[in-house]
Ligand binder design. Structure first.
Ligand code: GDP
Length: 453
């Protein structure tokens, strides 16, 4: 493939910058702009060997450094690769990249190295995604999940499920084609039982996304309550900075502010919503409607109540809204302003209630623990492989539905339909690793990578 070049190290000043060339003429191209001190040509340098020398362009020599040579297929991309390390100033780095382009390389597109690694079979799709996740990981937990995925643990799990399903598909077809011959040991009953076991494994995998999403993409969180209960203060406490405006005048948080914060290992995508109450002010009204709507799509609702005032109809209205939205199970109640020592009684139809003070930080640790427990952090060990992105989750859910439908089909004795469903399940699971992914999906995934990766 055409040789590409990009800076693989971060922008800015550092001790060393690395420019990576990959493609059929990577080593030749590097050789045109690099003179090894030994006098040897790069073409004569062995695989995985680094040589010291000077970089030059048409204007002359401009830096010295190291070039490491990798030869196909034993490189990150599976192609010939030359890694050029120069000094880390912006000037030298830019000049070296331009020299590589001048010598015939093309600028690499975002994620193009990893995409080539995928195309050349060095990585499958879930492993390629794990590379992106490793770079972006904001917690040790996400990092260790990504390392396992990069090592192919998720792929092994998927392959084992596909293997079991393929065996059953073959059995189904043997029944259909040769109903009178005893070609397979698997009875319909046994087939149903085995499909049931596979379904349980798929469900476990799909269920892991609740935790996987919480550490990778984040939990959509809505902080709600009537005005002045301390929602902005809770938001700021969580965000650790004064992003939202906190004020004593009721109804100042008019729009929805969002921020992603880390609570333990869990990421919360916080929306600080306007106080929920009847309002004549139109701007504020829009904010309040959004706030109520945010409950519907929230994966975690933090209800803030002000314990220094008696429980009001407005509080009850918000509570009813949470119950009506079916969000009781994902709601945490903060009985805020507990530092004021008032003794009003608050009755709420939710299980998770924390005595809180946004002002003093009281109850914060309990909130962290509660959220961790809600999203399964404590069960990390027993979760096994963990799905961390929506694409993988979608593929696995498609597989789950197909297996469920195969079990139903066997119940009604239409084995050909069951065979079709099993094949569909195999295809869906194969998508996880990109074995059946179409080009659009592949392009979409790699477009999210940074240039140079
Ligand atoms: P919001 O309208 O619900 O966003 O409420 P704010 O966060 O703006 O807080 C309203 C008022 O309550 C402000 O004066 C805050 O300083 C105060 N407040 C918030 N939390 C606490 C708390 O835990 N204790 C005390 N004493 N005051 C608080």
């Amino acid at each position: 493939m055409k040789t590409i070049a990009a800076v693989s190290t971060p922008k800015g000043v550092g001790a060393v910058s690395m420019i990576r060339l990959s493609g059929d003429e990577a080593i030749e191209t590097a050789n045109k702009i690099f003179k090894p001190k030994s006098g040897k040509s790069l073409m004569q340098v062995g695989a995985n060997e680094a040589v010291y020398g000077v970089f030059h362009d048409e204007a002359g020599e401009f830096d010295d450094g190291l070039v490491t040579v990798f030869r196909a297929p034993r490189s990150y991309t599976g192609e010939d690769v030359a890694e050029l390390c120069c000094h880390g100033g912006a000037l030298a780095t830019g000049r070296l990249l331009r020299a590589a382009i001048g010598a015939g390389a093309d600028y690499a597109a975002a994620g193009e190295y990893t995409k080539r690694a995928f195309i050349n079979g060095k990585l499958n799709l879930s492993q390629a995604e794990a590379v992106g996740a490793l770079i972006e990981a904001r917690s040790d937990t996400y990092l260790s999940i990504s390392v396992r995925q990069l090592g192919g643990e998720l792929s092994k799990k998927i392959d084992s499920l596909i293997g079991k399903l393929s065996f059953l598909a073959a059995s189904v077809y043997a029944y259909i084609d040769y109903p009178d011959e005893d070609l397979t040991d698997v009875s319909v009953e046994e087939m149903k039982e085995r499909l049931g076991e596979i379904l349980a494994e798929i469900k476990k995998l799909s269920g892991s996304y609740r935790f996987g999403k919480a550490v990778s993409e984040g939990v959509k969180t809505s902080i709600v309550g009537r005005p002045n209960t301390g929602k902005s203060s809770v938001f700021n406490l969580l965000a650790g900075c004064d992003r939202a405006i906190v004020t004593e005048i009721a109804g100042t948080t008019r729009d929805v502010i969002t921020e992603t914060v880390k609570l333990g290992d869990i990421l919360l995508c916080l929306a600080d919503t306007a106080g929920i109450r009847d309002s004549g002010d139109t701007v504020e009204k829009i904010g309040i409607e959004r706030s109520l709507e945010s409950i519907d799509s929230a994966e975690l609702v933090i209800l803030v109540l002000d314990t220094s005032r008696k429980m009001s109809d407005e509080d009850r209205e918000v509570i009813n809204r949470i119950v009506d939205s079916g969000k009781s199970g994902v709601t945490v109640v903060l009985l805020n302003k507990s530092d004021l020592g008032a003794d009003f009684y608050f009755e709420v139809p939710f299980d998770r209630v924390i005595e809180f003070s946004a002002k003093e930080g009281k109850g914060f640790d309990e909130l962290v623990e509660t959220v961790a427990e809600m999203f399964g952090e404590g069960k990390l060990e027993s979760l096994g492989e963990i799905i961390t992105n929506a694409r993988q989750y979608g593929a696995i859910e498609k597989g789950r539905r197909a297996v469920e439908s195969a079990i139903k089909a066997l119940d009604s004795f239409t084995q050909d339909v069951a065979g079709f469903d099993i094949e569909e399940a195999i295809a869906a699971l194969a998508e996880t690793d990109g074995k059946a992914a179409n080009e659009e999906i592949v392009n979409e995934i790699f477009s999210h990578f940074c240039v140079g990766k």
